[in-house]
Write a protein that binds this ligand. Structure first.
Ligand code: ZN
Length: 263
C-alpha cells in the first residue's frame, strides 16, 4: 500500500547480502554444527543421575553411605591411643567436635582417660557391656565417634556402631587389639573384622626385628603365660608385642622351666 504522499515507506529489513554469516561453533561429536539444529539432533540436557535406591524409612537429613565404621587394629604398644588422639585433634583443628569413648575397666591411665605412652592423655566417656550406642544419646553436633580399647566392645555394640555409621551417617573409628595372648580373637574384634567398612593394621616391631602381630602375656619372671582369663589389664610388665616366630619359640618347653624371654 502506498501512502498519500506517493512515496514508499522506509524499509528496515537488511538486504539479504548484508546479513552477517552464521557463526559455526565447535561441537565435539559432529565437528561443526549450524546454530539451529532440529530438536531431534540437539544434544539432550544433562540431568543429575537418580539414586539407585533410597529407602523411604531413612531420614532425608542424613547421608547414608557417606559414613563408615573403621577398625584400626594392632598388637600392644603400636601407638593406637596416640593415633586416636591425633585423629581427634585433626577433627577439632577443623572446627568439628568429636566424642571419645574408652573401656570402663581399663584404668591403666585412670578411669575414663585415654593415655598414650608418648605422654598425651585426655578424658573420655566410658563404656561397659551394658552401654548401648545410640545416636540420640550422643551430642547432636559431633562429627565423629572415636573408641579406644575397642576389643572390649560386645558383638552387639559393634552392630550398633555399624548401624550408627550407615543409618545415622556418623563416622565411627575404633582402635583396638585383634587377638588375645592365646592367639584367639576378642569377640568384639571378631565382629569388627566382619562388619567394619575399612580395616587398617597399625604396625609395630618385635624385639627380633620382625613385624609384631601377636600379644604375649608374661609372668613376673618374664615367662610366657599360656593359660588364663582372656582379660587381664596390664601394660609392659604383663604383655609384649611379638612376631609369630617368637610367640611359638618355647612351645615345646615346660613353662615352669622355660627361660624368661623378658626378664
Ligand atoms: Zn620376633
Amino acid at each position: 500500500m502506498v501512502p498519500d504522499n506517493g512515496r514508499a515507506p522506509p524499509c528496515h529489513l537488511p538486504h539479504p547480502r548484508s546479513r552477517p554469516a552464521p557463526v559455526l561453533r565447535p561441537f565435539p561429536a559432529f565437528g561443526f554444527r549450524a546454530p539451529c539444529l532440529p530438536p531431534a539432533l540437539r544434544r539432550p540436557a544433562r540431568r543429575r543421575p537418580l539414586p539407585l535406591f533410597r529407602s523411604p524409612l531413612l531420614p532425608r537429613s542424613s547421608f547414608p553411605g557417606m559414613a563408615k565404621l573403621y577398625f584400626r587394629f594392632a598388637a600392644m604398644n603400636a601407638g593406637k591411643s596416640t593415633a586416636l588422639l591425633q585423629a581427634a585433634h585433626n577433627y577439632e583443628e577443623r572446627g568439628m567436635r568429636v566424642a571419645l569413648f574408652t573401656a570402663a575397666h581399663d584404668e591403666r591411665s585412670g578411669r575414663g582417660v585415654i593415655g598414650s605412652r608418648l605422654g598425651l592423655s585426655r578424658g573420655a566417656a566410658t563404656f561397659g557391656p551394658e552401654t548401648r550406642f545410640e545416636r540420640a544419646a550422643l551430642p547432636a553436633d559431633i562429627a565423629c565417634l572415636l573408641i579406644d580399647e575397642a576389643q572390649f566392645l560386645t558383638p552387639e555394640q559393634v552392630g550398633q556402631l555399624h548401624r550408627m555409621a550407615h543409618v545415622d551417617g556418623l563416622p565411627v573409628l575404633c582402635y583396638g587389639l585383634r587377638g588375645d595372648f592365646r592367639g584367639e580373637a576378642f569377640p568384639g574384634s571378631a565382629r569388627l573384622l566382619t562388619l567394619a567398612d575399612e580395616l587398617e593394621e597399625m604396625k609395630t616391631i618385635c624385639a627380633c626385628g620382625r613385624k609384631a602381630s601377636m600379644n604375649m602375656r608374661i609372668d613376673e619372671q618374664g615367662r610366657r603365660v599360656l593359660h588364663g582369663e582372656q582379660v587381664l589389664i596390664g601394660g609392659n610388665d604383663r604383655y609384649r608385642a611379638v612376631c609369630p616366630s617368637c610367640f611359638y619359640a618355647d612351645d615345646g618347653v615346660d613353662p615352669a622351666r622355660a627361660p624368661g624371654l623378658f626378664g
